[in-house]
Design a protein. Sequence first.
Length: 118
Amino acid sequence: MSDRIPASRAAVLAAVLIGGVAGATIGGAVASNVVMPTIMQADKSFKPDVVTVKVGTTISFLNDDIFDHNVFSESRGNEFDSRVQGPGETVEITLHTAGNVRIHCRIHPKMTMAIRVE
């Protein structure tokens, strides 16, 4: 009996160990390792205030503050303006275009962050 792992099993094992497979089919089921990045809004700031994501990534903005917040961008190709978020509320934004995206809060003008979309 051989101790070798069949090539198909080795490929699946490698993909699982690396953790980079999103939407791969394993045994007829779709495996998803995609984690939605979460940006916290606290102390009138975005945390973290600089992130890098892939095109098509949905980012969650969680208001973990005692103040209302808003999330908006006027960066070309990734323009959006969320509603007002009360404390504890979340807004999800999908970034569709590669480039540098500057995020702001309309309620707190000094509250900004940068997202690099690759």
